[in-house]
Write a protein of this length. Structure first.
Length: 133
């Protein structure tokens, strides 16, 4: 019985020794690494990396009273604008055609009532408008 007890004491002492060695070994701090570089003159640059969604402080919905093709665009996405500033121009050709058509309406009506004499007047009105424009 004394031999078995002695073996257990040696095994227990060995386990305690291994535990103390492992505790000190794992608790050691690694040495700090330092890097050196040549000093250079340059611009200071700050880089920010982030994930997620960027939301504006103020969100403004912009609409128009008319629709059409954009012929000129004066601002870009996220540009600062002021009240009354022209942002875009809509192609005026469609509206100019509507104005000419509405201007020729009374002349057509006169022509149909007067026995076909309104057609030459309509042509002359269109020519005067196009020459004057």
């Amino acid at each position: 019985m004394g031999l078995i007890r002695r073996n257990w004491v040696w095994i227990l002492a060995a386990l305690v020794g291994i535990g103390v060695f492992a505790a000190f070994r794992l608790n050691q701090k690694t040495e700090s690494e330092y890097f050196t570089a040549k000093v250079e003159q340059g611009d200071i640059r700050q880089v920010i990396e982030a994930t997620g969604t960027i939301n504006p402080v103020t969100l403004v919905q912009v609409g128009s009273q008319v629709s059409g093709m954009i012929s000129k665009l004066y601002v870009d996405f996220n540009s600062k604008v002021t009240q009354g500033q022209v942002i875009a121009e809509i192609d005026p050709k469609l509206f100019q055609g509507a104005v000419l058509t509405s201007a020729s309406g009374p002349a057509k009506r006169l022509g149909s009532a007067g026995g076909g004499q309104g057609e030459p007047r309509l042509r002359s009105c269109a020519m005067v408008k196009s020459v004057g424009a």
